[in-house]
Design a protein around this ligand. Structure first.
Ligand SMILES: [Ca+2]
Length: 111
């Protein structure tokens, strides 16, 4: 019986120096990969811009408060869209901060 190269290889493993390299990406795969990265990056930028805009609007609301004004309660703070409100900000009052951590009207505290 004759043992050919195929059988020898099966018995002794893959010959060294002939290991298969990963297939290089095709141009289409590369384009798709970069397009996906671009889309995800774009969403991130949009989200950051939106967050930044919201922060600007919130600050504008606080800046527009009359001097010395503070919100009566957290319902008012939330309706104004500025909750939570911090101790150094316009409109803050200690009555908005039941637990005294300098943050008024935190979510889920039942205030
Ligand atoms: Ca607090």
């Amino acid at each position: 019986m004759h043992y050919g190269p195929a059988l020898s290889r099966r018995h002794f493993g893959r010959p060294k120096g002939r290991q298969r390299l990963p297939r290089p990406s095709t141009a289409v795969e590369t384009i798709i990969r970069y397009a996906a990265i671009a889309v995800v990056s774009g969403l991130g930028v949009a989200l950051a811009a939106n967050t930044w805009e919201s922060a600007q609007e919130r600050q504008a609301i606080l800046d527009a408060l009359p001097a010395g004004y503070s919100y009566s309660n957290c319902a008012e703070v939330r309706v104004a869209g500025v909750a939570p409100i911090y101790s150094q900000e316009n409109g803050f009052s200690e009555r908005l901060d039941g637990d005294g951590d300098s943050i008024g009207c935190e979510p889920y505290r039942g205030q």
